[in-house]
Write a protein that binds this ligand. Sequence first.
Ligand SMILES: Cc1ncc(COP(=O)(O)O)c(C=O)c1O
Length: 428
Amino acid sequence: MSYLIAIPRFIILPRQRHAVTSPRAVIPHGRSFFSLISGDGIGREEALAFDFDSVVDRRGTGSLKWDRYGDTDVLPMWVADMDFRSPPAVIDALSERVAHGVFGYARPEAQLTETVVAALSARYGWEIEPSWIVWLPGLVTGLNMACRIAGDSGDAVISSVPVYPPFLTAPGYAGRHLISVPMIRAGTRWQLDMDQLQTPAARAAAMLLLCNPHNPCGRVLSRGELEAIAEFCLANDLLLCSDEIHCDLILDDVKHLPIATLCPAIASRTITLMAPSKTFNIPGLGCAFAVISDAAVRRRFKQAGNGIVPDINAFGFIACEAAYRHGGPWLEALLDCLRRNRDTTAKVVNDELPGLSMHHVEATYLAWIDTRDLGLKNPADYFERHGIGLSDGRHFGRDGFVRLNFGCSEATLHEGLKRLRAAVAACG
Ligand SMILES: Cc1ncc(COP(=O)(O)O)c(C=O)c1O
């Protein structure tokens, strides 16, 4: 019997372990989310109270990730959403809001903004003003709005490649010209080819789009790398749009540094995009924000969305506040699980699958796998025919690569890796 068919619909297997349902119950006495998220780790027992083992059947729930393959026996490990249920505190807050029953237009309450301000301060030492926050229905919206204020029509916008696909399309949608700068291998990690920024065309560009932590390369850019990018933008008068959606998903013992915190000069030309969506697995709720300290840049950014960008929905706001306020312990437990999954994936890919390789993933739940030694014409299509749905590297601007999402239960990951093994074996 196939793996997919073996999972009954809407049943959580193998066991339901939600020992914790109340947001207050999950925070150890005397500790707030902010102390927890700022590195004050929680104990093993507390982490175990959350369930990352059960396989939640997502088929037939209108899931982009799972419904793509319908009833066929393809295990989806592509788009960047995880298969885990959100933190109990988020589910409780949403349930309470649903029970209220009136779903009119929403606005961000002061306590939500205060929560975000406090989270950025606790996590990154980033002291922002509430007025710097611009709420958005998603980061992709923010990327596209940013490109619309990059110089004039016909000007250039720089992005790394490979990168999350909307970075490659947003400049063109805004009538701007894309300059792509490759991520190159430096020892065991990927880094931006800074030499490519020294061309006259790059120096004349209007904006640089930064993805940090980097999707799909899994890098957390170091202070030195960020300073070099900031210096380039300052020296050549570029705006900077920094997508930091994966900033709380750091798996290594390294710190995420928002580029806007480097110095006031770089902050005043930076649009930072963030969201609770990847961290707490709520991307379907459509709630994100930009942080823009410069009033003129902020005004232009808002104007770019006038009449087009919808307000954020009530559930997005509710989930965002609950996640940042109470989601710390869940996040700690999630990161433990992702570290294990990352290590398992890397070991199998690098040690057991000749023809496949991946670099170490410092952040995110995404493995960027080089399949070029297998000599496949269309790797994503090949793996799909062997029962595993991966993201196609071509959409990220790189042929010969696939991206595997390991944000899933251990059982699902093992099944996916089993299919990957069988596919590679069938290749020879
Ligand atoms: C780097 C990056 N930015 C943005 C997004 C999507 O953001 P949103 O769903 O808020 O538009 C993703 C989703 O995978 C991503 O990886």
